[in-house]
Design a protein around this ligand. Structure first.
Ligand SMILES: [Zn+2]
Length: 273
């Protein structure tokens, strides 16, 4: 599923594909991808890309003549580029380039969203304004992370996934960061020690850097699609030996999602030093 690294790669790909290119035509299927928006406004997109930015898991694109597009990839959304026109499975919207190439927004499950708006209005959209600090562009120090998340008694993993506090992590990369930091995902954020905040700040950066390195591709594959080998340390590895200590990885349900952890590396209770 797309989280910060996958969305960042989508941003880089779109910037690369649209560089020196012009959109000459656009098509949009009438699907719930455009909920709350007018698909004909997407179909009016023309000309060159002006900027491609990302905040958390949102893409903010601007084109000539003040046209803007907000995109969220949801669970299965992705942008792909094709050499020419032709059937593309699950294509929900497409941009036709002067070169003859076509950029499709593909999304089988349609939890993603495209919202064409005026370029100037993008940053003011409530869903964008609500986003917290971007964990890659503006990485918090250990102390900053603690001040953002540390007053809550809620499990630290849920705090890491709260986009209004810190933007970019989802179920996969939050579990990966906690494994790297050797912190049990169910521990209360309030109970973490300064050393643990230290390890967590570093681990988040390492997790995102690893994710970016792994996902560089013109066509990003998500683990759930079953086309690529699982690149993650604990995510999706229930009952496999921990890479660090050999103990079997376990999982439990947390906030409606499956969380993976190593019971030895990430103990439920930590003795006071
Ligand atoms: Zn372990």
């Amino acid at each position: 599923m797309p989280e910060l690294p996958e969305v960042e790669v989508a941003r880089r790909n779109l910037a690369k594909w649209l560089k020196g290119q012009r959109v000459v035509r656009a098509e949009a299927e009438r699907t719930r991808i455009f909920r709350g928006a007018d698909p004909s406004r997407f179909e009016a997109l023309r000309g060159r890309l002006r900027s491609a930015e990302r905040k958390g898991k949102y893409l903010l694109l601007t084109f000539e003549k003040g046209q803007g597009l907000l995109a969220h990839l949801g669970m299965t959304g992705k942008f792909v580029r094709r050499k020419g026109e032709g059937e593309e499975p699950h294509s929900r919207a497409r941009l036709f380039l002067a070169s003859g190439q076509v950029i499709h927004y593909r999304d089988p499950r349609m939890f993603g969203r495209l919202l064409p708006v005026e370029a100037g209005a993008l940053a003011q959209l409530p869903e964008v304004k609500a986003l917290g600090r971007d964990l890659w562009l503006d990485p918090p120090s250990a102390a900053e992370l603690q001040s953002l998340l540390g007053s809550s008694k809620k499990p630290i993993k849920l705090g890491l996934m709260d986009q209004e506090k810190v933007a970019g992590l989802g179920n996969i990369h939050a579990a990966e960061a906690l494994f790297r930091a050797r912190i049990f995902p169910g521990r209360s954020a309030k109970g973490l020690s300064p050393k643990e905040w230290d390890r967590l700040a570093t681990a988040i950066h390492e997790t995102l850097a690893f994710g970016l390195k792994e996902t560089q591709a013109d066509e990003v594959q998500y683990v759930e699609e079953g086309q690529i080998e699982n690149p993650f340390l604990v995510y999706g590895r229930g009952d496999e030996p921990c890479r660090r200590c050999g103990t079997l990885i376990r999982s439990f349900a947390q906030g409606g999602r499956t969380t993976y952890y190593c019971p030895a590396c990430q103990p439920r209770r930590v003795k006071e030093p």
